[in-house]
Design a protein around this ligand. Structure first.
Ligand code: B12
Ligand code: SF4
Length: 474
């Protein structure tokens, strides 16, 4: 038996296909392949940069979907199904919105692969794939199952190893798909299994893709004590309440932490209360727009990737512009000025829907006219276009060469070691380039006809080459 694993891309630019030059290894598919019985042949195609050979014989196609890639995933599914190959869809989007996905596949898988994937593979082997598998969510790779990292070799991924220490988060921010998926719970792997996984790969730079690595401070401290002797450098995603615990900060620094993706979300305390972002309100010194907390991050040399969700009900055009000034003043390593996005399955989506504020028929991810980074709802204090424009202007300023140069001069963070400076200088221009390329991109590749019919000619290698010839972009 042979299974083809596919990571779909988001879509296309007006003039050419979008190739993701900052792509990371698709860990979900590596984990899935690792959980597949060893007698099954596994191949992986990543639509973010390579052409999918739809005519290559295979017995089952497994596609991992997050919401931005849903439209393209349905197109890919249609290609295979038109050739008589069964398709199963899994991941965050099918798990949070199964009703939609069911229409585009032979089978959908809800929840974590650890729990029922082996059963689905056996069913497919017998030609008896069920239309739907409802699986649990929980501790990742229990029993020490390792991702099939051999499937990533030669595909030009960024040179860092993605790994999980935990899944989920204890908080309940109203816009967060993770909180909806894991029902406000964090599931932590046994330390020895994570350490063994680090040993069983070659790199010394690890990205723990946890939703909130520090959701449980005591568990994180215990893990970090054991991580110190591994002598790796690592980054992760974590909430800002980490700065309340200096012992934790110390352990992170000692174990090689370079920094985190930190969700600041907004500089308006009213917006933070509205979105129920509890960790951002757990400050010892009172509300000071994160000044003291950012200073603690800097003391420990953390290179912060600040993320914001902009367009909450108390946000204004001025407060969004001030958010950019806040990020510049603090010379963050990276910043993502994200438009607040209503994901189905979240309280935010339900609220905006009930208030009649959703645009694009409430399904922006499928809409043929929706473009990447466009507002998808009617904000309270500005028009949707104003929200789109002010965020783009902040992003544009943030990514300019002048800004990259100016932000570099922080001797506590980016200039505190050669490695940190290298990381800053290597990744900033790369992310800036990707940011410009993705802005305004259309979702999926097929602009004609309903979604979920084979794309045919538009997805062939020939059409990529033709568009590359005219645009110079591959
Ligand atoms: C790391 C990460 C990233 C990395 C990229 C990683 C990569 N390899 O490319 C970065 C930071 C670059 C990133 C970018 C984005 N991300 Co992201 N990302 C994550 C994060 C935190 C972890 C993903 C991961 O690798 N987890 C580890 C693997 C093993 O777990 P998993 O993916 O959940 O897979 C398990 C199950 O879902 C299931 N499963 C998954 N696929 C399949 C398929 C089948 C067939 C089956 C049976 C089972 C199955 O089994 C797996 C094993 O248990 C998730 C949050 C999350 N918990 O999923 C968000 C998340 C997936 N990202 C999200 C988003 C929105 C984005 C962006 C679009 C953000 C933006 N505005 O730019 C971008 C663009 C992505 C793109 N397509 O280009 C959202 C998706 C929302 C949704 N409703 O779908 C999530 C859920 C975050 C969130 N809080 O909202 N992301
Ligand atoms: S702290 Fe982060 S991961 Fe946790 S619920 Fe809030 S946004 Fe989601």
């Amino acid at each position: 038996m042979k299974i083809t694993f596919i990571m779909p891309n988001i879509g296309r630019q007006d003039h050419s296909l979008y190739i993701d030059e900052a792509r990371m290894e698709p860990l979900s598919l590596g984990v899935l392949a690792g959980l597949t019985p060893p007698d099954v042949e596994c191949v992986l195609y990543d639509d973010r940069m390579e052409e999918i050979p739809f005519d290559e014989p295979t017995d089952l196609v497994a596609i991992s979907i997050e919401i931005y890639a849903a439209r393209r995933a349905y197109e890919i599914a249609a290609e295979y199904r038109s050739r008589g190959v069964p398709v199963i869809l899994g991941g965050a989007h099918p798990s949070l919105f199964p009703e939609e996905c069911q229409a585009y596949a032979d089978s959908i898988y809800i929840g974590d692969a650890e729990f029922r994937w082996a059963e689905a593979v056996e069913d497919a082997r017998q030609g008896q794939l069920k239309p739907r598998y409802d699986a649990a969510v929980g501790v990742a790779q229990a029993g020490g199952s390792l991702p099939r990292r051999d499937l990533f070799v030669g595909k030009g991924y960024l040179p860092l190893t993605l790994m999980q220490f935990s899944r989920g988060c204890r908080f309940a921010c109203d816009f967060c798909a993770v909180s909806a998926y894991f029902k406000k719970t964090q599931y932590i792997r046994p330390t020895q299994e994570v350490l063994e996984e680090i040993r069983r790969q070659d790199r010394k730079f690890v990205f723990f893709v946890d939703d909130n690595f520090l959701s449980n401070h005591n568990a994180a401290k215990s893990f970090l004590r054991d991580l110190i002797p591994m002598k790796i450098r690592w980054v992760s995603q974590a909430s800002i309440d980490m700065t309340n615990d200096l012992e934790l900060m110390e352990l992170m620094a000692k174990s090689g932490c370079m920094g985190h993706v930190v969700g600041f979300e907004s500089i308006s305390p009213d917006s933070i209360k509205l979105m129920k972002k509890a960790p951002n309100l757990m400050h010892k010194q009172g509300w000071d727009r994160y000044e003291a907390q950012v200073e603690i991050l800097r003391q420990f040399h953390m290179q912060t990737w600040a993320t914001f969700t902009l367009g909450h009900d108390f946000d204004t055009i001025e407060s969004i512009q001030q958010t950019h000034e806040f990020a510049m003043r603090n010379r963050f390593c990276f910043a993502a000025y994200n438009i607040l996005m209503p994901y189905p399955g979240t309280p935010l989506y339900d609220r905006l829907n009930s208030e009649g504020r959703l645009l694009f028929d409430g399904k922006w991810w499928l809409h043929p006219e929706y473009r990447f980074n466009q507002a998808t709802f009617i904000p309270k204090n500005m028009t949707p276009d104003e929200l789109t424009d002010v965020i783009w202007s902040c992003r544009d300023k943030w990514n300019s060469p002048r800004s990259i140069f100016w932000r570099m001069w922080d001797f506590k963070t980016h200039m505190s070691s050669f490695t940190r400076l290298f990381m800053y200088l290597a990744y900033n221009p790369l992310y800036a380039k990707e940011s410009y390329k993705k802005q305004g991109m259309l979702f999926g590749r097929n602009r004609k006809g309903p979604i979920g019919v084979p794309v045919g000619e538009t997805s062939s290698r020939r059409s990529i080459e033709r568009s590359a010839e005219t645009t110079g972009v591959r």
